[in-house]
Design a protein around this ligand. Structure first.
Ligand code: ADP
Ligand code: ASP
Ligand code: MG
Length: 422
């Protein structure tokens, strides 16, 4: 008998019919002798609907922060879906109970809307499992030291599930979603994308951090830190398929590199449309510029991603970087108020119509010329590269948003990702 954590995303929980299917699938696993903890997301569209209502009442503006209430609000989505799933399980004849994050407790810091899990007290859940119950725990949410409800950032139910699996030393954490695994790139953008049967932890971490929304980055971090066996698979297979077949399906995140296996140079392509570019123009080229500009940004708790400083001309230079689009207006206001006057820069300009496209692969470590092939492919498509950032196992470029699909498809083909792995 093994302890298994299942996570079901919004689409998988999208209607009462689908919730019934989830309940039947979970019941099948429980009847096969497993202890089951299930972590659902809110029904699809619900988190957006709730946050949209808040936006109607208080359009976001710099310095005006409703984050505590937004978490109070958004967490209701998962509370509803969890209760519905427990009811559906009971209707299937199972003993089941649902808990909100604050009941478990899933303890987090107080960074509302992007809280981090600090600890999980699994005593209550374990007692229920030992009493033969299926336990449903809300995804996406926790509670801070002051008893306030927090949420973990969009897509955070993945992280809830993996963190619970880690805390409870689960045998495996299965992430059920609306695709049947991790693909070479988002199959919605490239229909020729291929499913990977395994992906290394490091590659998955890069893909998630570079924008592949199939897993939230923090869930991959948790899996790596606590070595949680993690698999991504489809919730749309018939619920009554053979459980052994189901347990082998999808994509397994692996922690050990198989040295006998010839690594593909590039394993996947990720893209991110959530960033915006900011340029500080005509800055005096002297020591301390980067600190002056990015220090002010960091003090406002805004994360910076790709950074470039151009060659200086006549003692002045341009400095550009990207931030999340949600932070764009705040960053521009802050730079205009604090940095422009003191630094003596000529102007601050921004562009929200950009996207970042990245190639990822641990094989890049041992192959030269991968980045230059990427640049060649983009140039052949007439796509201008605005910024570049590289690490050992990835190369990212920032380009005009309108070329995103073209870039992804051209790179997918050029790196033979549409061909079966040899
Ligand atoms: P859930 O609601 O189940 O959490 P998400 O929408 O968060 O589902 O994540 C699944 C989606 O991730 C897929 O529908 C797919 O469009 C997208 N996706 C992006 N990159 C990839 C990839 N490399 N492989 C598979 N899916 C991807
Ligand atoms: N419901 C949350 C969201 O839409 C969390 C999740 O789905 O993982 O972001
Ligand atoms: Mg998700």
């Amino acid at each position: 008998m093994a302890l298994i954590v299942h996570k079901y995303g919004g689409t998988s929980m999208g209607s009462t019919e689908r919730i019934r299917n989830v309940a039947k699938r979970v019941a099948k696993w429980a009847r096969a002798g497993h202890q089951m903890v299930v972590v659902p997301s809110a029904m699809s569209g619900e988190t957006n609907r709730l946050l949209g209502l808040a936006k109607e009442l208080a359009p976001p503006k710099p310095g005006d922060d409703h984050n505590r209430e937004l978490d109070m609000l958004a967490a209701t989505g998962e509370q509803a879906s969890s209760a519905l799933l427990a009811i559906a399980l009971q209707a299937e004849g199972m003993e089941a109970v649902s808990y909100a994050g604050w009941q478990v407790q899933v303890k987090t810091d107080s960074a509302f809307t992007k809280a981090r899990i600090e600890s999980i007290d699994d005593e209550r859940v374990r007692a229920d499992l030992d009493a033969g119950k299926v336990v449903v725990v809300t995804g996406f949410q926790g509670v801070d030291e002051g008893g306030n409800i927090t949420t973990l950032g969009r897509g955070g139910s993945d992280t809830s599930a993996v963190a619970i699996a880690a805390a409870m030393k689960a045998h495996e954490c299965l992430i059920y979603t609306d695709v049947d695994g991790v693909y070479t790139t988002d199959p919605r953008v490239e229909p020729d994308a291929r499913r990977l049967t395994t992906v290394s932890f490091e590659e998955m971490l890069e893909m998630a951090s570079l924008g592949s929304k199939v897993l939230q980055i923090r869930s991959v971090e948790f899996a790596g830190k606590y070595k949680v066996p993690l698999r991504v698979l489809s919730s749309f297979t018939p619920w009554d398929i053979d459980i052994r077949e189901e347990a082998r399906s999808g994509t397994l995140i692996t922690f050990e590199e198989d040295e006998n296996m010839e690594q593909a140079v590039v394993s996947g392509i990720a893209f991110n449309r959530d960033e915006a570019k900011i340029s500080v123009l005509g800055v005096p080229d002297k020591p301390g510029i980067a600190y002056h500009i990015l220090g002010a940004i960091a003090d406002a708790n805004i994360e910076v991603d790709v950074i470039i400083q151009n060659l200086s001309k006549d003692g002045r230079t341009d400095f550009s970087f990207t931030v999340h689009r949600n932070d764009y207006a705040k960053a521009i206001d802050l730079l205009k108020a604090k940095v422009l006057p003191t630094l003596g820069a000529a102007d601050i300009v921004g562009d929200t119509k950009i996207c970042k496209v990245s190639i990822v692969g641990i094989g890049m470590r041992s192959h030269v010329g991968v980045a230059s092939k990427m640049f060649r492919v983009l140039s052949e498509e007439g796509i201008n590269i605005q910024m570049i950032s590289t690490s050992e196992i990835k190369t990212s470029v920032v380009i005009d948003e309108k070329y995103m699909e073209l870039a992804v498809r051209a790179l997918h083909k050029a790196f033979d990702l549409d061909q079966p792995a040899s």
